[in-house]
Design a protein around this ligand. Structure first.
Ligand code: HEM
Length: 394
């Protein structure tokens, strides 16, 4: 089975493929998204255990030579948490946690609501919109810019860059490299600006941690962190807002219940993330020694893909998993990962998605899909599940 063939069912209907794999071959060797062999793990218990297994490394140096051909980032972007194991991971994560505080996230509540309302004001007179382009994408960009402290005059469309990395266009092979170059230039300038004029934002706080602490961040680590926060924080949130809105529109009774009691938005976001989260796969892992997963032996150095989407649809963990049920107990869902790499931005992801959905539903009581369901197109990626466009009317 291959994951990268655009016609592959994994791109068009991943949940059906995963359901079959869970039943027949829960730990299976396949051709992964980068064209090289990989093991895919699909049952909840196996995925959860593997996420917390210290023998599964995120450091590419543990990959067998020639076995892994993921996209190559320059060192200034590659020294990031999602390529690292303890003790480096522990040190950096502790330093970021000092700067990425609950207070900083809570302070974003009012700006996030204002950004959401402004975007909705702009589309309201038109009666219809592509919700991805007009809302789901610009909202997280603006929020990440607030968080990092990107001044308004240097805000730009990060969508091109992140698209080039997440869903590369085979017709434009140079684009990913170009995007990486542009991002590096952008962060160099931004960091220089923050050094000259520190402010009350996450980047300034990270720079202070780098320059003052005993346990410092290297310059590459600082750049890589800024990149990871932009990349992880932006991309996933766009997709979750889009997927969640579509799921609600497809389930009118659930939507009506949420409208009737908007205080249920918190648990609703958890179920929407479980039901159709954007991160289909965790970051690839490499066993540092031979490991046994679900009774199958995986040799050291081979690539292991853990399917978060499949785990969250495993009937052994979530009864009737293919049913959206905003009142279900979603404890333990894996949409934001698990273990030491558990999403660092989870509180922000929750805050942002909750506010985005609440503001949208409040503003547009008659929100409806403005196209046939069969016309909806998803991005061609086996890793990141998201809509190219979501036409709605209101
Ligand atoms: C809906 C939104 C989001 C989803 C579904 C999501 C999902 C995830 C997942 C699944 C992981 C773990 C990957 C793995 O173990 O292989 C992760 C890690 C991470 N996420 Fe998120 N994320 C979201 C939003 C954010 C936001 C808003 C930020 C930052 C502002 C962020 C920053 C990070 C970082 C820095 C890591 C790496 C943590 C580490 O390695 O210790 N994410 N995310």
């Amino acid at each position: 089975m291959t994951m990268d063939d655009p016609a592959s069912e994994l791109l068009t209907d991943p949940y059906a493929v995963y359901a079959r794999l869970r039943e027949t071959a829960p730990v299976q060797r396949i051709t992964g998204p980068d064209g090289s062999p990989a093991w895919i793990v699909t049952r909840y218990e196996d995925v959860r255990q593997a996420l917390a297994d210290p023998r599964l490394s995120l450091d590419k140096r543990h990959a067998l030579p020639g076995s892994y051909r993921g996209f190559a980032l320059p060192p200034a972007l590659d020294a990031n948490l999602l390529n690292m194991d303890p003790p480096d991971h522990t040190r950096i994560r502790r330093l970021v946690t000092q700067a990425f505080t609950a207070r900083r996230i809570e302070e974003l509540r009012t700006p996030v609501r204002r950004i959401a309302d402004d975007l909705l004001d702009a589309v309201a007179p038109h009666g219809r919109a592509d919700l991805v382009a007009a809302y789901a994408a610009p909202l997280p960009i603006a929020v990440i810019c607030e968080l990092l402290g990107v001044p308004p005059h240097s805000r730009r469309d990060f969508r091109d860059w992140t698209d080039a990395l997440v869903a590369p266009d085979p017709a434009q092979p140079g684009r990913a490299k170009e995007a990486i170059g542009s991002m590096l230039g952008f962060f160099h300038e931004l960091l220089a600006h923050k050094r000259a004029e520190p402010a009350d934002d996450l980047l300034s706080a990270l720079i202070a941690v780098r320059e003052e602490g005993e346990d410092r961040l290297s310059e590459d680590e600082l750049m890589s962190l800024a990149f990871l926060i932009l990349f992880a924080g932006y991309e996933n949130t766009v997709q979750l807002i889009g997927n969640a809105t579509l799921a609600l529109l497809r389930h009118p009774a659930q939507l009506a219940a949420l409208r009737a009691d908007p205080t249920r938005i918190g648990p609703a976001v958890e179920e929407l993330a479980r039901y159709d989260g954007p991160a289909l796969l965790a970051i690839r892992r490499f066993p540092v020694e031979e490991v046994t997963i679900g009774g199958v032996t995986v040799p050291a150095g081979e690539t292991v893909l853990l399917s978060l989407a499949s785990a969250d649809r495993d009937p052994a963990r979530f009864p009737e998993p293919d049913r959206l049920d905003l009142s279900r107990d979603t404890a333990g869902h894996l949409a934001l990962g698990h273990g030491i790499h558990y999403c660092l931005g989870a509180p922000l992801a929750r805050l942002e998605t909750g506010i985005a959905l609440s503001a949208l539903l409040e503003r547009f009581p008659r929100l409806a899909l403005d196209t046939a369901e069969s016309e909806l197109r998803r991005r061609p990626s086996a890793r990141a599940r998201g809509l190219i466009a979501l036409p709605v009317r209101f």
